[in-house]
Design a binder for this molecule. Structure first.
Ligand code: ADP
Ligand code: MG
Length: 561
């Protein structure tokens, strides 16, 4: 019996095409939205039950997704609160009227009201991106409620009639249109569920799957296995980021890491994020082991909102220099289905960004203070993050300068302060600046390194692609320090305090050799030094001024600084 026919309110003629084309560029999102709604409805009935406002059996609360290839339908069923015909009119017919918002109002004193996903009141209509016709069969939890059915063919006309559901909850039935038949393939649905629903807080079942189970022993005493059909539950409803750090051990963090990235090596360490003021955010960030620094594996952080996967494009939320980290961030305060430009302008997003920077800096500082040796051992992996962070984020540099390490050719580690202390006595030039020497190619520059070491100078190893920028950054940050490559014309210009070094050539001989070389090179940009300190050392060094070499290098790199 038709109870009511009517038109969907609020200028639907205009909204439908927008939903279909622009709001969700990705059609697969419909499943995320409908499964999220089913989870919401389930969380609500749990909530009512725990508040004593619903006293019947909750029953098996899993959400079931099923595909009927013949009928060309996808059905999403839940045992949540359901809807009365009145509620359908209110929550479904009035697009952009979010029932969740009202629910939140009503239960805002409830502790975990924020488990209720969705605030936009648009999600349901994403069904029309893939379906010509959508049907709702629902029975409200309320005492004496009658089952109701709603059907709509994507025009602004809908129909509400008596429904057929006998148990509390809702079925959403999508009649998939011909352009979207890919969604009738099981593997496609499995793939979408894996992507968006993997960590939803209520069990989600999609058909069954076969697995092998131990089945007694054979004659040799070996365990036998049999193939059994089990429910295919696609999600882990209690991922570690929803727990307290105190409940977790290292193994939990490592297991979760491998659940996220099955092929990755163990991470170096991790940071458990957990804030509730001034915004809500939980998550675990892992520092991966980088096989080499060219292998920048970006976009590995997954963003969730109340355990629903949103995106792995976290560009504006995570500072640029931490894009190499792995892990998850979950925040109900990050708007879901909104545009990039909105994200950039959102003030919560900015706060989240600086919070993450601070947390990472604190964690690194803690690791450094707790066990310096272990920190040094990891330096070849974490140094890249720290240097990159120091260059790109002033706030990070301010914290990182205490645990930023420099390494020398003897593989010793020094903080910035320690290093200055170490070299300032010997390595000072006539202008009173402390000169740090470095090599970016220890093999090619070996002769120069050896000369420097003989003079008791120290030579830093700065050979990563990032070090060019890092050196320039340090020069602007460190007072009265200049940083020169070991083959720059600098070794003999430092104030040499050690007179015990004996020269092989007399001064006269040296001058003659110098003249010969200068004539041969005939280039005023190069300078020649003759002063072999011992017989096994090169007596002549030809050097170019540091600034000149840097200019040339930059020109070669295409003008990049
Ligand atoms: P939102 O989830 O942001 O509120 P939606 O368009 O996804 O917006 O859903 C609109 C409303 O329809 C929900 O708030 C809820 O009241 C109702 N609703 C949708 N799906 C279900 C469901 N499976 N069970 C009960 N109510 C539902
Ligand atoms: Mg929704």
């Amino acid at each position: 019996m038709v109870q009511e026919k009517g038109s969907i309110s609020i200028h639907t003629e205009n909204i439908f095409p927008i939903i279909k084309k622009f709001l969700y560029s990705d059609h697969e999102i419909f499943l995320r939205e409908l499964v999220s709604n089913a989870v919401d409805a389930t969380q609500k009935v749990k909530r009512l039950s725990s508040l004593g406002q619903y006293n019947k059996e909750l029953g098996d609360l899993r959400v079931i997704v099923s595909v009927d290839e013949n009928a060309k339908t996808i059905t999403i069923s839940d045992r949540g609160i359901g809807m009365t015909a009145e509620e359908i009119k209110k929550y479904i017919n009035q697009i952009a009227f979010s029932g969740a918002t009202e629910f939140m109002e009503k239960f805002k004193e409830a502790k975990d009201a924020n488990e209720i996903i969705g605030r936009f009141g648009m999600g349901f209509y994403s069904a029309f991106m893939v379906a010509d016709k959508v049907e709702i069969q629902t029975l409200s939890y309320q005492e004496g409620a009658e089952p109701a059915r709603w059907i709509c063919d994507g025009s602004t006309e809908f129909e509400i009639t008596d429904g057929n559901r006998t148990e509390r909850g809702t079925d959403i039935i999508l009649y998939i249109n011909s352009e979207n038949e890919e969604f009738l393939e099981k593997h496609r649905i499995q793939e979408i569920l894996d992507k968006y629903a993997k960590f939803l807080p209520v069990p989600i079942q999609f058909g069954t799957r076969t697995t092998s189970m131990p089945d007694g022993e054979d004659e040799q005493g070996e365990t036998k296995y049999k193939q059994v059909e089990i429910d295919n539950i696609i999600n882990n409803p209690n991922p570690i980021w929803t727990k307290q750090p105190s409940e977790l051990n290292d193994e939990d963090y490592l297991n979760f890491y491998h659940e996220l990235y099955p092929l990755a090596e163990d991470p170096l360490f991790w940071i458990h994020l957990n804030v509730d003021y001034p915004f809500n955010l939980t998550g675990v960030l892992y520092f991966p082991k980088l096989k080499n620094e060219f292998e920048f594996q970006r976009n590995k952080i997954k963003l969730f909102s109340r355990q629903v996967f949103i995106t792995d494009e976290v560009k504006d939320i995570v500072p640029e220099f931490l894009m190499l980290l792995h892990g998850v961030i979950d925040s109900p305060d990050i708007p879901l289905n909104v545009s990039r430009s909105f994200l950039q302008a959102d003030s919560n997003v900015k706060k989240i960004n600086s919070y993450i920077t601070r947390k990472v800096a604190d964690k690194l500082g803690e690791l450094y203070r707790k066990d310096r040796k272990a920190y040094e051992e990891k330096w070849s992996d974490i140094g890249l993050f720290v240097k990159y962070g120091a260059i790109s984020e002033e706030k990070f540099y301010e914290k990182a300068k205490d645990f930023l390490l420099l390494t020398n050719t003897k593989k010793e580690f020094y903080t910035l302060d320690e290093y200055n202390e170490k070299v300032k006595a010997l390595q000072t030039d006539k202008e009173g600046r402390v000169v740090y020497l470095y090599t970016n190619d220890a093999e090619k520059q070996d002769a120069f390194i050896q000369s420097a070491l003989k003079r008791s100078y120290d030579v830093l190893v700065m050979d990563s692609p990032l070090d060019n920028h890092f050196i320039q950054h340090l020069e602007t940050k460190l007072e009265k320090v200049s940083i020169k490559r070991v083959d720059a014309d600098v070794l003999d210009r430092l104030i040499q305090k050690d007179d015990s070094l004996s020269h092989v050539l007399t001064e006269d001989e040296s001058n003659k050799v110098k003249e010969i070389f200068e004539k041969a090179i005939n280039n005023s940009n190069m300078s020649v030094t003759v002063e072999g300190l011992s017989a096994d050392e090169l007596p002549v060094t030809i050097t170019m001024e540091e600034w000149m070499r840097r200019m040339k290098e930059m020109a070669r790199m295409g003008g990049g600084g």
